[in-house]
Write a new protein. Structure first.
Lengths: 136, 385
């Protein structure tokens, strides 16, 4: 099998629970016990109140497309050539946070803003599973 | 604070400058700006620049002052992003001169982004990082085109902006560039050219994207007192406003909550002016959607009306408030927005080539952002003391 040539996340102490969750098939979000809000991307403190002691909770995994772009050129050498065109999307989760990902499982021209989607896990290497989204 | 003004401006050739270096380009723009101002190099006491995006560099202001043989009191490399970088250099120059830490300040940016990049790399090289590594790049969201495409798609969805309206922005910039002998893109562009351009990331094709350029620009500032004895028409900073909201597109607020509008409101209020007082605007146009959002935020038109505004020809020379009379990042050159400031100075000095000189220009508004509308800034400039 060819080596995976695309960029991979390098989890830090603050983000490891997120990536571990993806590998286990659970989309987890960090919640702030002080102000009661979730945030994304994961970091070591709450960006709304600088609260610490964040708690990881499973998210519903459902959301809606906030914006999208069908990409027709590989921006990482030729690493994305065999997936062109692919859909980059920002997804607003039911919990209110937005994350950047891909919409898969439908033709790119079918993707619409506001379209309901659900997470699907794509194990791209033995260590890394990427959360992508499919129409529901 | 002693009052301060811009007294010198220099721009190198733009485009494909084989064999050029970022350092050499910044040095040449600096030399031109000092010659323009009639100020001796030894009088420069503050140097602000930005290191090239296409090569990892550190302490680049020191590299530049060494290259130029300058021995300033203050030197710093400033990376605010986009057109906000030269604005921030100018703010620092005003502070240093105003408080008496320097008499003359030099602000410059330039690089060999076109010929100095590794082969096969689109946008930025795979070295200097934009902070997208963990939560954007693994999903194939790499560089700046895709983030701005997401913004454009959202604008089209929310306001009904059309591809042809984005095209009107690109065509307007190209028309202006045709009057600018320094512009990189001189070939006329039709709507057919625009619509049939190579698709990159929907809704963007190649002609929605700014050019990659070699080149540099520079401005020189000093006290109003000293400016009276210099030969150039001085340009004053009448007001500045800035607002940062995020860094990468995944953290971007919705279109109505971007920092462009508060930045513009503050800048104009500080100047004691309204947008109707602007004779022209230079709007950071990394992509066609940028001009549309910039025009809306400055109040040239209402929220969501930027597309029809562009399509009606209102950005054009001869329109109510010409936007980017030099051709902008889309068709003049992309030197990080440094040339938006240089063009504003040139227009206010009434030294632009006749077809693109805005008649009797007295007030120019420069609006820009770094990142993906991440750090926004607006600077109002005025002719004379």
């Amino acid at each position: 099998m060819a080596e995976y040539a695309r960029p991979l996340p390098r989890p830090s102490v603050a983000t490891k629970p997120f990536w571990d969750g993806c590998r286990e098939g659970v989309l987890r979000l960090p919640w702030c016990p002080a102000c009661g809000r979730p945030h994304f991307f994961p970091r070591s403190l709450c960006p709304f109140c600088l609260g610490t002691g964040l708690e990881w909770r499973a998210a519903s995994g459902r959301g809606r497309v906030w914006s999208h772009s069908t990409v027709r050129l590989s921006f990482w050498g030729k690493a994305f050539d065999d997936s062109l065109p692919y859909v980059v999307a920002m997804v607003e989760l039911e919990e209110g946070v937005r994350m950047l990902s891909n919409v898969v499982g439908c033709a790119p021209e079918e993707v619409r803003i506001g379209m309901p989607v659900a997470v699907t896990f794509d194990p791209v290497t033995p260590e890394v599973t990427l959360p992508r989204f499919r129409p529901v | 604070m002693r009052p301060v003004c811009i007294v010198g401006m220099g721009e190198t050739a733009m485009g494909r400058l084989e064999g050029s270096t970022s350092l050499g380009l910044q040095a040449e723009a600096s030399r031109l700006a000092l010659v323009d101002a009639g100020i001796k190099p030894g009088d420069v006491e503050a140097v602000y620049n930005l290191d090239p995006y296409t090569q990892a560099m550190s302490m680049f202001a020191q590299s530049l002052l060494e290259y130029l043989g300058l021995k300033p009191n203050v030197a710093a490399t400033i990376d605010a992003g986009g057109t906000v970088t030269p604005m921030t250099m100018i703010l620092n120059a005003i502070a240093a001169i105003g408080q008496g830490y320097a008499e003359v300040a030099l602000c410059t940016f330039g690089e060999n982004a076109l010929t100095g990049r590794p082969k096969g790399v689109h946008g930025l090289p795979q070295g200097p990082s934009l902070g997208q590594e963990e939560f954007e790049e693994p999903f194939g969201c790499i560089g700046m085109v895709i983030p701005y495409a997401l913004v454009a798609q959202r604008h089209m969805h929310r306001y009904g902006t059309t591809k042809e309206q984005l095209g009107a922005v690109a065509i307007s910039a190209r028309q202006h560039a045709a009057f600018n002998p320094r512009a990189q893109m001189q070939k006329p562009m039709t709507m057919v050219d625009y619509m049939s351009a190579r698709p990159i990331a929907d809704p963007f094709g190649l002609l929605d994207c700014s050019v990659m350029s070699d080149g540099a620009g520079a401005v020189v500032l000093t006290t109003v007192e000293r400016a009276r004895d210099l030969r150039t028409t001085p340009v004053r900073v009448l007001g500045f406003g800035g607002k940062a909201t995020h860094k990468n597109v995944n953290q971007m607020p919705d279109l109505g909550d971007l920092g462009l509008k508060p930045a513009g409101d503050v800048a104009l209020a500080r100047a004691g002016l309204g947008i109707a007082d602007a004779d022209f605007c230079c709007i950071h146009d990394a992509f066609t959607i940028s001009t549309i959002l910039g025009a809306e935020a400055l109040g040239l038109c209402g929220p969501g009306e930027g597309g029809p505004y562009a399509a009606a020809g209102k950005l054009d020379l001869g329109g109510p408030c010409p936007v980017n009379p030099h051709g902008g990042l889309l068709s003049h050159a992309h030197i990080g927005g440094m040339n938006h400031l240089c063009e504003a100075v040139r227009q206010l000095r009434h030294e632009a080539e006749p077809p693109r000189q805005v008649p009797e220009a007295k007030v120019g508004v420069v609006s820009g952002n770094g990142g993906v509308f991440s750090l926004c800034g607006v600077m109002v400039l005025g002719r004379g003391l």
